[in-house]
Ligand binder design. Structure first.
Ligand code: SF4
Length: 299
């Protein structure tokens, strides 16, 4: 059992992410009080306090009642949006010290490390400075930092080709066959929502019509469409076919370069759905495994 106590902030989601990087599925209990000395297990205390104009970040790690490590940073000026990052970094450093492990992606737990590289590029960082920032601030391993930079450079080359009047359309289906334990997306099991799925798809069509009005008025051209989720292929073959046909006939797809349908869960695909996809303008199916590790997939 891992006990977690926070003070002066409410970043339990972010800290829990970091704890899971080191301790996997170990149960984490958020507590209001410090557990008694005789309490077995790991106790993590994280706080942000104000001292005059500065902010003090503290992370304390106790194991079986004994203090293992305490870290304290004092920052004079920390923008609010950076507070979460600082808390995560500190917890990462303490847990890395305790476990003796450095993780390949360091403190990063999101799905697009290249997004950080894009932000740094926008702020005028050169490639060497970006690699240094990824290593020293986010604790990312050298090979992963280089990979993120390479991905960002490839994306930049594609984005640079995009004309001002070109847009990309994202269409979300927030249902999946079941909800994965590690999921951070807006998605709910389809069985639990059987009564609203059809209504959702019909409302989606209405919204597509409204968006299409805006596209026409502003004379935008649709360069790409991405139907994601959730798992779009979790809806019935009839609903999927109806939605794809509706998109094909309602939108001007003459400038379309890429049209993706996400089919991330093999248990959501069948022949009928594949036929519906083949008969539409979709030219890319994304079977996007979040992990190749069978043990993780079964969680
Ligand atoms: S398949 Fe993807 S979207 Fe659906 S629950 Fe799993 S991780 Fe979330």
């Amino acid at each position: 059992m891992i006990y977690l106590k926070l003070d002066g902030h409410d970043f339990s989601y972010e800290i829990t992410d970091v704890i899971r990087l080191f301790f996997g599925n170990e149960e984490i209990m958020l507590c209001n009080d410090t557990p008694p000395e005789e309490c077995r297990g790991i106790f993590i205390f994280s706080s942000i306090t104000h001292y005059e104009s500065s902010r003090v970040f503290t992370t304390r790690l106790k194991v079986d009642g004994n203090l293992f490590k305490e870290a304290r940073f004092v920052w004079d000026v920390v923008p609010d949006r950076q507070l979460k990052k600082e808390v995560k970094r500190q917890v990462y450093l303490v847990l890395s010290g305790y476990t003796g492990r450095k993780l390949p992606w360091g403190v990063l737990t999101g799905i697009r490390p290249a997004k950080i590289v894009h932000e740094l590029l926008t702020r005028g960082f050169c490639p060497d400075d970006i690699l240094e920032e990824m290593r020293n601030y986010y604790f990312v391993a050298e090979d992963k930092a280089r990979l993120a930079l390479e991905v960002a450079n490839t994306e930049t080359a594609i984005l640079d080709r995009t004309k001002e009047d070109m847009i990309s359309l994202y269409i979300g289906i927030p249902f999946c066959t079941t909800r994965c334990l590690y999921c951070s997306f807006t998605s709910d099991p389809i069985k639990k929502n059987e009564t609203i799925v059809d209504k959702y798809v019909e409302t989606l069509k209405t919204e597509i019509m409204c968006i299409n009005e805006i596209i026409r008025e502003r004379e935008y051209r649709i360069q790409s469409i991405y139907i994601g989720g959730g798992t779009p292929t979790s809806i019935s073959a009839t609903s999927l076919k109806g939605l794809l046909e509706f998109i094909d006939k309602s939108l001007d797809l003459s400038s379309l370069e890429e049209y993706t349908l996400e089919a991330g869960r093999p248990d959501s695909i069948n022949e009928e759905k594949l036929e519906a996809i083949r008969d539409s303008r979709v030219n890319r199916i994304s079977i996007n495994p979040q992990t190749m590790n069978n043990k993780t997939l079964k969680l």
